[in-house]
Design a protein around this ligand. Structure first.
Ligand SMILES: [Zn+2]
Ligand SMILES: [Zn+2]
Length: 431
């Protein structure tokens, strides 16, 4: 039997690639607009990086990491998420000393060794931003506004943003002991995993995939809410949360701060949020993030506030109800159509001249009809088509058509052809 792609992975081709490129282009453009610079980290990392940052009680660590030993017996993982590698790179390249506050974005594949299911893949792709080196609540506002803009730009029109605060470490301890005391009597009703979570990290019960565990935890939180209010926050965390909510309201951003949810990773503090698309069902978010004020310090850096989000490209495109906002990239480059196979050498010579000038050039090598070549030029998204026919060769000139602007075709002499085309295409380029 023919070899197929590994389960939980997929090839991208045809229109899918165009949608992906458009989504990536939109995300990159927005990130730069907000002042975030791109950072690319390796696909493999030392396993310790994630064991230290994600918390050993999370499902991600216990079941879902792609981990293996290299030949030197080191524990290596395929990166399951982007935040820990970005923080590692921030410190490794001394950005805490040279920049202090750094705004970074990344885009690329992540890996999880879980059983593949609808909308969940073993190799999936994330776009994310991390703003490291500030405790200001305005950073949270910026990150949430940018996250929503990216989700919208990818064509998701029905998203809602859940917003909450997990408070500082002290608040989290108070919340955990309150949740434990409220859940104590129902403890035996929880699944075996959650009975263990109850002691080690009771908030994990909230994201158990079993309904009865979630329901018990939600009921317990409802009891806390009516008793003392929820989330349980100290004065300083209350002020922070109020500033974030006020900033979002001023920016015209809508959010829902009545929902109960816990982010699946241990490193979050204060602001947490999830952007959920209605079409995808309640289980998962298309984008999520929050503040992680201790991670830089845990990795050996100075105390530094930080906030970020990650969005799943597959999930965004699955939830999209219209094409990404830049769905039709501008036409570019030139197609060199040849009327006879014998003219290919001329076409190839022009293609090389054009490429040397930075112009994308394509031509046919298989003697297809002129009509087929023109169709191909249109499909390939070329801006110009040049025709090399018998008449043209005799007169030593090329016939040129603009596929975007239309208009009459004109002719350009052989000697100035490449320079003239380069000039025409560059004056229309947007960057
Ligand atoms: Zn606090
Ligand atoms: Zn459970």
């Amino acid at each position: 039997m023919a070899i197929q792609a590994v389960r939980g992975t997929s090839d991208l081709l045809g229109d899918d690639v165009k949608r992906w490129s458009a989504a990536e282009h939109a995300a990159r453009r927005l990130a730069r607009l907000y002042g975030y610079a791109e950072l690319r980290t390796p696909l493999i990392e030392d396993a310790k990086l994630f064991l230290r940052s994600l918390g050993e009680t999370t499902d991600l660590i216990q079941k879902e990491m792609f981990q293996f030993k290299d030949r030197g017996d080191h524990d290596i993982v395929l990166r399951p998420e982007g935040t820990a590698p970005v923080v590692r790179a921030y410190l490794e390249h001394n950005l805490h000393k040279t920049q202090g506050f750094a705004k970074l974005f990344y885009l690329g594949p992540m890996f999880r060794a879980e059983r593949p299911q609808a909308g969940r893949f073993r190799q999936f792709h994330q776009f994310g931003v991390e703003a490291i080196g500030s405790h200001s609540p305005w950073v949270d506002v910026e990150v949430i506004v940018l996250c929503q803009a990216c989700v919208r730009a990818c064509g998701v029109t029905d998203a809602v943003t859940w917003l909450s605060s997990m408070g500082c470490r002290d608040d989290q301890q108070r919340s955990a002991s309150e949740l434990r005391s409220q859940l104590e009597d129902e403890r035996t009703k929880l699944c075996p995993d959650c009975q263990k979570r109850f002691e080690r990290n009771v908030f994990r019960v909230l994201d158990c995939r079993k309904d009865r565990c979630q329901n018990e935890a939600r009921a317990a939180i409802a009891r806390i809410r009516s008793k003392t209010g929820y989330p349980i926050l100290c004065d300083s965390c209350t002020t922070h949360f109020d500033t974030v909510r006020g900033g979002l309201r001023d920016a015209g951003v809508t959010f829902d701060d009545t929902q109960v949810f816990a982010r699946g990773l241990d490193y979050y503090t204060r602001t947490v949020f999830e952007v959920r698309a209605k079409g995808l069902g309640a289980q998962d978010a298309v984008a999520a993030g929050g503040r992680y004020d201790h991670l830089v310090e845990e990795f050996g850096g100075p105390p530094s506030g930080a906030c970020g989000f990650a969005a799943g490209i597959e999930r965004l495109l699955l939830a999209a109800t219209k094409p990404p906002s830049t769905e039709t990239p501008p036409r570019q480059g030139i197609y060199l159509a040849t009327a006879q196979p014998a003219f290919v050498n001329e076409g190839f010579r022009f293609a090389q001249q054009l490429r040397a000038l930075g112009v994308g050039a394509v031509l046919d090598y298989d003697g297809r009809s002129l009509k087929a070549q023109l169709r191909e030029a249109d499909k390939a998204g070329c801006r110009l088509v040049a025709i090399l026919g018998e008449q043209e060769l005799k007169r030593r000139e090329v016939t040129v058509k603009d596929l975007e602007e239309g208009g009459p075709q004109d002719t350009i002499g052989f000697d100035v052809f490449a320079q003239e085309i380069a000039k025409r295409l560059k004056t229309t380029a947007c960057h």
